[in-house]
Design a protein around this ligand. Structure first.
Ligand code: PLP
Length: 400
C-alpha cells in the first residue's frame, strides 16, 4: 500500500510555480532568462503599509489572533465591501485567511462532498480544479473562446450546470486571460444562476483594482443582490497593494459558511499572521492612491505587450480589460517547424522551446485549460517586456 494518500494522486503541482522555478534554476546556472511566468506585481509594498507592520511589531502585537481575523481588519473589510462594491456585510460574515488561496481552499473543503460538481470557466486560474479535486469534488470545465474574448456565455454556463453542481467559480478580471465582464455580461450570467437556486457562487475578485480604460468592476452579488445569500465574495491585498508575501486574503459570505470555513482554518493554520493582518488594516483603511497609480503603470505595459505580440505573424493577442496578463493565441504557429525539425505541436512545446532557445519563460495554455495559448505576466519593466517580445517574435519568425 502506498504511503502517500490517494488524494494526492488526484492533484498536480502548480505548473506556473514549476516554470518559474525552472527559469530561476536556468538563471542561477548563468543563462540569460526573462521570466514572465509569475503572477505578482514587480513593485514594493507601499511605505505606509510597511510602516504599520513595523509599528505593530514594536507594540508587541505578535501573538495568536482570533482564528479568522482581528476585529479591526474585519471592520476594514466591511468598509471596503461597502465602499467599493456596495455590498453590506457584518463582521460575523467576514473570514480572513493566509491569502485568497486559503480562503478558497477553506470554502471548498468546508462544502464539498464526493460527487459534488464545481463549474469552472476555462481558461482558469490553475489552482481551482486541483483544489476542487483535493476536496473530493469534480471540476466541470466550461470553455470560453477567443471569439467571446474568453468570457463565458450564459448558454455555456447553463449547459454546464447539473443537479450535482455545488459552486460556480467566477473570476473577473481573470487570471490568465485578463478578461473583465461588463455589468451586462455579468447580469446575463446572474440571470442563469437565479434559475438554479442550488448553485452557490464563488466570486474571486482578486484583480478588482487592476483594470483599464474606464472598465467598471462588478461583483455578482452587487449585480444581483438576490444571490447574496449564496455567494462568497473573495478578495485580498496581494495584487492590489503588492503584498503577495504578506499572505492576507478575505471573503464576505453567509454566516454559516463563514463559520464552517473558520472550523477548517482552526484545525490547519489557526490564524493568518498577526503582523500582516495589521498591515492589511492599513492597506484597506489608508491612502488608496497606489491603486490608480499601479493600474496606470500596468496599462502602459499591457499596451506595449499587446502591440508587440500582435505584430508577430501567427500570434493573435486580444486586448484584456484588466489583471496583468495577456493570453495570446498561437493557433497560427501550430504545425510549424523549428530549424532543427522540431514540430510545434502544442502550446506546451512552444513554451518549452521558447524557454530553451530564447530564454523567455511564459506559461503554456494547457495549464489553464484552454489551448493553443500562452500566458504572459507583464508585471515587469518596460525594457524587459520589450526585449521578451523581441525574443518571442524572433523565435516565432524562426519557425517554418
Ligand atoms: N485568485 C487568483 C485568480 C489569483 O491569480 C491568485 C494568485 O495568483 C489568487 C487567487 C491567490 O492570491 P493570494 O493567495 O496571494 O491572495
Amino acid at each position: 500500500m502506498s504511503f502517500l494518500s490517494a488524494t494526492l494522486a488526484r492533484v498536480k503541482p502548480s505548473p506556473t510555480v514549476a516554470i518559474t522555478n525552472l527559469a530561476q534554476e536556468m538563471k542561477a546556472a548563468g543563462a540569460d532568462v526573462i521570466a514572465l511566468s509569475a503572477g505578482e506585481p514587480d513593485f514594493d509594498t507601499p511605505d505606509h503599509i510597511k510602516a504599520a507592520a513595523v509599528r505593530v511589531i514594536g507594540e508587541g502585537r505578535t501573538r495568536y489572533t482570533a482564528v479568522d481575523g482581528i476585529a479591526e481588519l474585519k471592520s476594514a473589510i466591511c468598509a471596503k465591501f461597502a465602499r467599493d462594491n456596495d455590498l453590506s456585510y457584518s463582521p460575523s460574515q467576514i473570514s480572513v485567511a493566509t491569502g485568497g488561496k486559503q480562503v478558497l481552499y477553506n470554502a471548498l473543503m468546508a462544502t464539498l462532498n464526493p460527487g459534488d460538481e464545481v463549474v469552472i470557466p476555462a481558461p482558469y486560474w490553475v489552482s481551482y480544479p486541483d483544489m476542487v479535486r483535493l476536496g473530493g469534488g469534480t471540476p466541470v470545465i466550461a470553455e470560453t473562446s477567443l471569439e467571446t474574448r474568453f468570457k463565458l456565455t450564459p448558454e455555456a454556463l447553463d449547459a454546464a450546470i447539473t443537479e450535482k453542481t455545488k459552486w460556480f467559480i467566477f473570476n473577473s478580471p481573470s487570471n490568465p486571460s485578463g478578461a473583465g465582464y461588463t455589468r451586462d455580461e455579468l447580469q446575463a450570467l446572474t440571470d442563469v444562476l437565479l434559475r438554479h437556486p442550488h448553485v452557490w457562487i464563488l466570486s474571486d475578485d482578486m484583480y478588482e483594482h487592476i483594470a483599464y480604460d474606464g472598465f467598471e468592476f462588478w461583483s455578482p452579488a452587487q449585480v444581483e443582490p438576490k444571490l447574496l445569500p449564496r455567494t462568497l465574495t473573495v478578495n485580498g491585498v496581494s495584487k492590489a497593494y503588492a503584498m503577495t508575501g504578506w499572505r492576507i486574503g478575505y471573503a464576505g459570505g453567509p454566516e454559516d459558511l463563514i463559520g464552517a470555513m473558520r472550523k477548517i482554518q482552526s484545525q490547519s493554520t489557526t490564524n493568518p499572521c498577526s503582523i500582516s493582518q495589521w498591515a492589511a488594516v492599513e492597506a484597506l483603511n489608508g491612502p488608496q492612491d497606489c491603486l490608480a497609480e499601479n493600474a496606470a503603470l500596468f496599462r502602459r505595459r499591457r499596451d506595449l505587450v499587446v502591440a508587440a505580440l500582435n505584430a508577430v505573424d501567427g500570434i493573435t493577442c486580444p486586448v484584456p480589460e484588466g489583471a496583468f496578463y495577456v493570453y495570446p493565441s498561437i493557433a497560427g504557429l501550430i504545425g510549424r517547424k523549428m530549424p532543427d525539425g522540431t514540430v510545434i505541436d502544442s502550446d506546451e512545446t512552444f513554451c518549452t522551446k521558447l524557454l530553451e532557445t530564447s530564454g523567455v519563460a511564459v506559461v503554456f495554455g494547457a495549464a489553464f485549460g484552454l489551448s493553443p495559448h500562452f500566458r504572459v505576466s507583464y508585471a515587469a519593466a518596460d525594457d524587459v517586456l520589450a526585449e521578451a517580445c523581441r525574443r518571442i517574435a524572433a523565435f516565432a519568425g524562426s519557425l517554418a
